[in-house]
Design a protein around this ligand. Structure first.
Ligand SMILES: Nc1ncnc2c1ncn2[C@@H]1O[C@H](COP(=O)(O)OP(=O)(O)OP(=O)(O)O)[C@@H](O)[C@H]1O
Ligand SMILES: [Mg+2]
Length: 243
């Protein structure tokens, strides 16, 4: 997957959350975005998802420039499979109906084609016995697996996950991280915002450090953690790896 950003800025009111972000990178499977709370990771991911538009600058994903107008953005969003930290699922729908909804409504598959795809993906994530349960009857880990299954069922060009494990206890976190690690086999590239440093180190191809309105550093995972270049990255890693 290829990302190119030039001078990307985004402000909320008077707060410049992203301030002239420039990054060109290419990776096989996983790009992890890490950094302090409030640093702009989610804002950056929302721009890449086409859920928000930059105030200025250009963003290219796999060679095509992100559009500005709503119609083109809607088409662009269909290329992405998105999972956020929590509250991903419609509470009144079963796991199966949650997976079916974007397939029939957004991707315009027939009900039977959508059912085939949804059943296959729920099976793949060992969720078939839970298919008819509403989210309230599922564990947090199962809910996030349904959300991941729903994103993959649309056969996206790439996946965007924003802290998919941050609302989970350690055991469920491990369960969901295992699923994310297995996604490598499916070959769909993934951009993942995470606070799980061990996971980023082991599973990401590239790690980018987002802080103070910019990307301070982007490097292969091993290099990023063993020999961070920017002072800010060093301080951040020292602080969070202390315990
Ligand atoms: N829709 C919005 N309206 C106003 N301010 C916003 C909005 N979205 C984000 N912000 C502000 O922008 C800054 C960056 O937020 P962002 O959510 O991108 O950070 P983050 O790196 O994802 O943090 P965290 O690790 O806590 O999720 C924060 O100060 C936040 O309050
Ligand atoms: Mg965030």
């Amino acid at each position: 997957m290829k990302i190119a950003m030039h001078g990307v800025s985004k402000a909320f009111g008077t707060q410049r959350v992203l301030d002239g972000v420039t990054l060109e990178c290419e990776f096989d499977h996983t790009l992890a975005l890490i950094g302090p709370s409030g640093g702009g990771k989610s804002t950056l991911l929302r721009l890449l998802a086409g859920l928000d538009v930059a105030d200025s600058g250009t963003l290219f994903v796999n060679g095509s420039e992100l559009p500005q107008d709503e119609g083109a953005l809607r088409r662009y969003r269909r290329r992405a499979g998105i999972v956020f930290q929590a509250y991903n699922l419609f509470p009144h729908l079963s796991a199966l109906e949650n997976v079916l909804l974007p397939l029939t409504r957004v991707h315009r598959l027939s009900r039977s084609a959508a059912l085939d795809r949804a059943s296959a993906v729920l099976r793949r994530f060992q969720l078939e016995t839970h298919a008819h349960k509403q989210p309230a009857l599922l564990s947090g880990g199962q809910r996030q697996r349904v959300a991941i299954a729903r994103a993959l069922a649309t056969e996206p060009e790439f996946l965007l996950f924003d802290e998919p494990t941050s609302a989970l206890d350690p055991e469920m976190t491990a369960e969901v991280l295992d699923v994310i690690a297995e996604l490598r086999e499916s070959g769909t590239p993934l951009i993942l915002v995470t606070h799980e440093m061990g996971f980023a180190r082991r599973s990401a191809d590239l790690v980018a450090f987002v802080s103070n309105g910019g990307i301070q550093e982007c490097a292969p995972a091993a290099e990023f953690f063993s020999a961070p270049r920017s002072e800010e990255t060093k301080r951040f890693l020292e602080k969070i790896l202390k315990y």
